[in-house]
Design a protein around this ligand. Structure first.
Ligand code: KG4
Ligand code: ZN
Length: 351
């Protein structure tokens, strides 16, 4: 088993590298660099071509810095773990080609990692005792996944979004409110000054099953913005009502899955899980039911530590990628299994 794993993440607009070092068989984070590409701010969203170029310019230095932070040179690295997908294909390609070049030239092991499996492993970086079975809610800019995880590497998809991802809804509503990109942190900040009773938005699909839908909620905010006579005054209240609606839907479904499975733990992951408001609401609503495991915000936004950790797991299983490893804009989550227990009936929250 590899004792030093270099992780590389370039799926969107963060250029990141991390080093995990095995201490008594347990991987510890020895170096982590996350370079956020500021260039997209002026465009109000990620411009794929610019993202690829920025990764290309920054990645070698980001990798060097992560190794320097760990006090190691490249020769100490046993394996390279890299995000293979899903994500922006041009951005992913930069990381995959760089990782392949390093691994090939140095005759090191290579492992391609699924970006959302990386998000799932994020809490394990700081909390090595975290163990399945658990329910996981993975909420990012591109995905909203509710998973039943009976064991690391085995995933049963309970529900996903039918339209916008949760983070995407935050970003689109932030644009409607005239806030910058990324929208999630701006909305969370603004919502603190918002009156929760001033506006009320629908909770799409909250009371049934495990699937999500956020596009109608976004439209409801659009109508409220258009109807507002004083957007300056209403902005924090709109942000608050929107955030309350999204988080209520997310946590209600997480709670439903925890009750249906009876698992003692719920994991939050993905960029939206860096919302302290989400973590607090989940902890409050699951109190007495399940422990909520969530990494600190730096490990929930896109970063290479989570990729290295998921790669570490795959390498320990004896898996390796070969030189045909390619970037994939769409990549199915590895280890997906059919769901054994039927979805609970509507309103079956009570035990
Ligand atoms: O996982 P991530 O960094 O990138 C993707 O894989 O997409 O997630 C980014 C998403 C963005 O949509 C951003 O608005 C959202 O995470 N996000 C938040 C917060 N911080 C980041 N959403 C709500 N509240 C936050 N505090
Ligand atoms: Zn992500």
């Amino acid at each position: 088993m590899a004792e030093v794993v270099l992780g590389i993440e370039t799926s969107c607009d963060e250029t990141s590298a991390a080093v995990l070092v095995g201490e008594r068989g347990r991987p510890e984070l020895a170096g982590l660099v996350i370079l956020s590409q500021d260039v997209h701010r002026v465009f109000g969203g990620v411009v794929p071509e610019l993202a690829s170029r920025a990764h290309l310019a920054a990645l070698p230095a980001v990798v060097d810095r992560a190794l320097a932070e760990a006090g190691l040179s490249w020769s100490a690295v046993d394996a390279v773990a890299v995000t293979q997908g899903p994500g922006l294909v041009g951005a992913l390609l930069v990381g995959v080609m760089f990782a392949k070049g390093l691994a090939y030239a140095g005759d090191r092991a290579l492992i391609g990692v699924h970006h959302m499996e990386g998000h799932l492993f994020a809490p394990l970086v700081e909390d090595p005792d975290l163990a399945p079975p658990f329910v996981a809610l993975l909420v990012s800019g591109g995905h909203t996944l509710l998973l039943d995880v009976p064991a690391w590497g085995r995933y049963r998809l309970l529900g996903a979004t039918r339209d916008d991802a949760a983070g995407e809804a935050f970003d689109k509503v932030a644009t409607l409110l005239g806030l910058g990109y990324p929208g999630g942190p701006a909305i969370e900040r603004l919502a603190q000054a918002g009156d929760p009773a001033r506006f009320s938005f629908p909770r799409p699909m909250r009371d049934e099953g495990y699937e999500f839908s956020f596009s109608g909620l976004k439209t409801a905010v659009l109508h409220a913005v258009r109807a507002s006579a004083d957007l300056e005054r209403d902005r924090p209240h709109l942000a608050r009502a929107f955030q309350d609606a999204v988080l209520d839907v997310l946590v209600t479904k997480l709670e439903r899955a925890v009750r249906a499975t009876g698992y003692p733990t719920a994991v939050l992951g993905g960029g939206v899980a860096s919302s302290r408001t989400l973590a607090a609401l989940a902890a409050q609503r699951l109190s007495g039911l399940a422990r909520v495991a969530v990494a600190r915000p730096r490990l929930n936004v896109d970063n290479a530590a989570m990729i290295a950790r998921a790669g570490w797991f795959r390498l320990a299983q004896g898996e390796r990628s070969d030189w045909t490893l390619d970037a994939r804009a769409d990549l199915p989550l590895p280890g997906l299994e059919p769901v054994p227990h039927p979805s609970p009936a509507p309103n079956s929250e009570s035990p």
